[in-house]
Design a protein around this ligand. Structure first.
Ligand SMILES: Cc1cc2nc3c(=O)[nH]c(=O)nc-3n(C[C@H](O)[C@H](O)[C@H](O)COP(=O)(O)OP(=O)(O)OC[C@H]3O[C@@H](n4cnc5c(N)ncnc54)[C@H](O)[C@@H]3O)c2cc1C
Length: 403
């Protein structure tokens, strides 16, 4: 009888893992079980082109159904895996099936962190993680409506930009003293503040939400200074939490994510994990969780290799992007621990510049707004670990390829 690899979660990581299993030589069955109704789709466009109405859900599938058929990858959608029994190597689903596996991959991703405030159950209060969330938001959206977005991170700001395109009145509330505080330098926060103001978004920092008011649906958001903001809809984007409960209940090691090694192996030799749900060892030796598509894809390749008995070590190679208005931000590396920021280009009045993050004279990360060439160079500089002259990084007259 042929061996079975079951992948839990029909996600970005799952789509890559299933494909990589075939290229790594897996000849057995592959079954992907996901609790959403759709084949794996790209989540990043949800808060960008899909919300703005420029793309449909059909247009963001990672692969069409025909591709998986050709690869002989089976799907059970709308189905949650509720328990895993390691002794019998079976799992149970919400449809009360018992499914046998030889190898298992956990690609359970993450879910939005809930905001525990009065009124958070009201209709027209939304989170943004799934295609279904977008469909629900779109039912509440129309030109002239008032949207309050709680959380000034990338998802909140992208949502603001998409809603402005639909002529929605948007206010973003951020509890910290600047947007994107967790991930960027103050100059970048100031830049996004300015651009959103130019596009008609009101951003309120140092602002904590006390309650959401309404009967049935939202009418207003109440702030901690007791002021009241009228609202027709609220979108909450205050971070995510990894889906680790299934792994935990199975007895796998977890700690802010499913613990995996550099080969994406969990604490059980027949179980791998990949994507947002994992906590993995970074090159620095520290463990980390990354919430990004490129990371999910790379880790899935290692996971597939491990299942097939091959070893493909995985080093996080973080890069991210964010589309807002006419700006493409591309981020290379992780800026945590930087001791110097060098700016290149006009970030005070323009919309094209680079913020280089340095530590001990070496580039560790870069935020590149509408700067494709610098983004490519930044990736190379980060990998090389070479020291660079900050004055040259700042000099916009030097061709980036000569840096
Ligand atoms: C609006 C938005 C914008 C984003 N923008 C960017 C961006 O610009 N760039 C970027 O790099 N990243 C972006 N991200 C993050 C990126 O989408 C995630 O890093 C990526 O989706 C992670 O993929 P994953 O495979 O780990 O799992 P996920 O995409 O989280 O999928 C996991 C799936 O598993 C399912 N599942 C969980 N438990 C079970 C179970 N027990 N049984 C069955 N199914 C289960 C979940 O419901 C879900 O469908 C964005 C995310 C969102 C929501």
């Amino acid at each position: 009888m042929s061996e079975v690899c079951v992948i839990v979660g029909a996600s970005h990581a799952a789509a890559q893992l299933a494909t990589s299993l075939r290229t790594e030589g897996w000849e057995g069955d592959i079954l992907v079980i996901g609790d959403e109704p759709s084949l794996p789709y790209h989540r990043p466009p949800l808060s960008k082109a899909v919300l703005a109405g420029d793309k449909t859900l059909d247009q963001i599938l990672i692969r069409p159904a025909a591709f998986y058929e050709k690869q002989n990858v089976q799907f059970r959608l709308d189905t949650k895996v509720t328990a895993i029994d390691l002794q019998s190597k079976t799992l149970t689903t919400s449809k009360e099936e018992t499914i046998q596996f030889d190898k298992l991959a956990l690609c359970t991703g993450a879910r939005p962190r809930k905001l525990n405030i009065e009124g958070n159950h009201l209709g027209s209060v939304h989170y943004l993680r799934t295609a279904e969330d977008i469909e629900n938001i779109q039912k509440n959206v129309a030109a002239g409506k008032k949207a309050v977005i709680i959380g000034g991170g990338y998802i909140g700001l992208e949502t603001a930009a998409a809603l402005r395109k639909l002529d929605v009145e948007v206010t973003v509330l951020e509890a910290m003293d600047r947007v994107l505080q967790r991930v960027t330098a103050p100059e970048i926060s100031a830049f996004y503040n300015r651009v959103h103001a130019e596009e008609g978004v009101t951003i309120k920092t140092n602002t904590v939400v006390k309650a959401i008011e309404g009967s049935g649906s939202v009418q207003a958001v109440i702030l901690d200074d007791k002021s009241r903001l009228e609202a027709d809809l609220v979108i909450i984007g205050v971070g995510i939490e990894p889906n680790i409960e299934l792994a935990q209940a199975t007895g796998l090691s977890v700690d802010n994510g499913v613990l995996v090694n550099e080969f994406a192996l969990t604490s059980h030799p027949d179980i791998v994990a990949a994507g947002d749900c994992t906590n993995f060892p970074a090159a620095s030796g520290q463990r980390m969780r990354l919430e990004s598509v490129p990371n999910a894809m790379e880790q899935a390749k290692s996971a597939a290799a491990s299942i097939c008995g091959n070893q493909k070590g995985y080093t996080a190679n973080p890069w991210f992007w964010s589309d807002q208005y006419d700006m493409k931000l591309q981020i290379a590396g992780l800026s945590q621990g930087y001791d110097q920021v060098v700016l290149r280009g006009d970030y005070e009045s323009g919309r094209s510049f680079v913020a280089w993050y340095l530590k001990d004279g070496k580039v560790i990360s870069a935020d590149c707004v509408n700067r494709m060439k610098e983004f490519m160079v930044a990736k190379k500089l980060i990998l090389s670990g070479d020291s660079v002259d900050p004055a040259r990084l700042a000099d916009d007259s030097i061709d980036p390829r000569e840096l």
